[in-house]
Design a protein around this ligand. Structure first.
Ligand code: URA
Length: 444
């Protein structure tokens, strides 16, 4: 099929056939479609939308543009009926993957988790793992299998063979104002998840200033598309919409978030991060067929309270070449040598710690990327010393900033000072999980 005819079809608001979508993705992958034709079609999709069938076909074609992993032969009865993973749309201070993956694996799940690097104010799991001395995420397929068979969980990076069509399309979307299309976002995310060879997926769709989607309506819409496409692609899926208007936990950065994940697995972490990790891991257990709703959370809590989750994390770190001594001695994790305190501007109650502002401060310090090629510093970050709702006195330290460069510190402090508000009234408690969307509710 000619590229021009495919572009005209979508430009005029018609549906693309499976054959047309395959021809498009084939042309993106082998380079026979030049950038101007790829972007013309992406813009037509952005403006005219797609049906669920078209977006599912696009996802499938992007998966087939690269290598698909298959770990089904590693499944034992104690692993349930399928490998399972969790994906988050990304947030500030979100280190749940480092907690829930060991917890789910300690309860029997087979978890092949592929993670990306952070971009913008949301952190990436891969950057956090890179902060653990020696930890390797760039394993060959043979080593991935070996690690997964040994521990029940492997934490890996996206290689060049994973959905290469998505990589080219995403770079072009980024440069042409076509990222914010729900069918394109959903198929892009899922092309990488389907590639993992999983059978079930828990999605954590963040809502709020620190997430990818600030508003509830658009997050709900994205969740419905994600669940719809994932189920049509053969993944048993649930999406949880969770609040991301304030940072998760108290540590934001890379090494500092690994530290908080270890504290949480020791039962000494903040309640929000512990609660969300347990909830998401319990959903993984349910979707993998290892527990029903009544037992799942209890089993995950047992793994947490008995220390089996912590031991599993130690095992995962050792198996992937990392230094497992970080579990007992987190001072082995990198930390920037200079510190600065942010002080409460007045006496009162902390009414808001804005996730978006804290996330932007972390990027400015070097904990995240403002462009794809930026180099991340594992040792810089922000520790919150007080939470929303706490009473503080003027001049009392409310944040500790770890930094290397004074210029970056000054810019970060501007964001941090505006992110934190002190007033008279404590904010009303808001549940972390806003709602759950599955295949039944996605159709509503
Ligand atoms: N994350 C992705 O992987 N793809 C998108 O299009 C947006 C966010």
């Amino acid at each position: 099929m000619r590229a021009l005819d495919i572009i005209r079809t979508k430009r005029d608001g018609h549906t693309l056939s499976r054959e047309a979508i395959d021809a498009f993705v084939g042309g993106v992958t082998d380079g026979t479609w030049p950038d101007y034709q790829v972007t013309a079609l992406l813009m037509a999709i952005f403006l005219k939308g797609m049906s669920l069938d078209e977006a599912t076909a696009l996802t499938q074609a992007m998966v087939d543009s690269g290598t698909r992993l298959d770990f089904s032969d590693l499944l034992r009865p104690e692993n349930g009926s399928m490998p399972v993973d969790k994906h988050s749309t990304g947030g500030v201070g979100d280190k749940t993957s480092l907690i829930l993956a060991p917890l789910a694996a300690a309860c029997g799940c087979l978890v092949p988790m592929m993670s990306g690097r952070g971009l913008g104010h949301t952190g990436g799991t891969l950057d956090k793992l890179d902060a653990i001395p020696g930890f390797r995420t760039d394993l060959s397929v043979a080593k991935l299998r070996k690690a997964l068979a040994a521990t029940g969980c492997v934490l890996m990076r996206q290689t060049a063979e994973v959905a290469p069509a998505d990589r080219r399309m995403y770079a072009l979307r980024d440069a042409t104002g076509t990222v914010e299309s729900i069918p394109l976002i959903a198929s892009s995310i899922l092309s990488k998840k389907v590639t993992e060879g999983i059978g079930a997926l828990v999605l954590d769709v963040k809502v709020g200033s620190g997430g990818f989607m600030a508003g509830l309506d658009e997050a709900r819409e994205l969740s419905r598309w994600l669940v719809g496409i994932a189920e049509r692609s053969g993944l048993r899926t649930q999406a949880l919409l969770t609040r991301m208007d304030t940072p998760l936990g108290r540590r934001i950065g890379n090494a500092t978030e690994v530290r908080e994940a270890i504290e949480t697995l020791k039962g000494e972490g903040p309640k929000d991060i512990e609660g969300l990790s347990v909830t998401l891991a319990a959903r993984m257990l349910m979707l993998a067929g290892l527990a029903d709703e009544d037992q799942a959370e209890r089993r995950i809590r047992d793994a947490l309270e008995s220390g089996r989750g912590l031991e599993k994390f130690r095992q995962i770190i050792a198996t992937q070449g990392g230094d497992p001594r970080v579990i007992d001695d987190p001072s082995l994790l990198p930390v920037a040598e200079r510190e600065s305190l942010v002080l409460a501007p007045s006496t009162g109650i902390i009414t808001r710690i804005d996730a978006g502002g804290v996330g932007r401060a972390a990027v400015v310090l070097g904990a995240g990327r403002d462009h794809v090629d930026a180099v991340v510093d594992p040792g810089v970050g922000i520790d919150l010393l007080a939470d929303e709702g706490d009473t503080v006195s003027r001049g009392e330290p409310i944040m500790r900033v770890f930094y290397r460069d004074s210029g970056r510190l000054e810019a970060a402090l501007v964001h941090l000072r505006t992110a934190c508000e002190v007033g008279d009234t404590a904010p009303a408690p808001r549940p972390l999980v806003i709602e759950t969307i599955d295949i039944r509710t996605a159709k509503a």
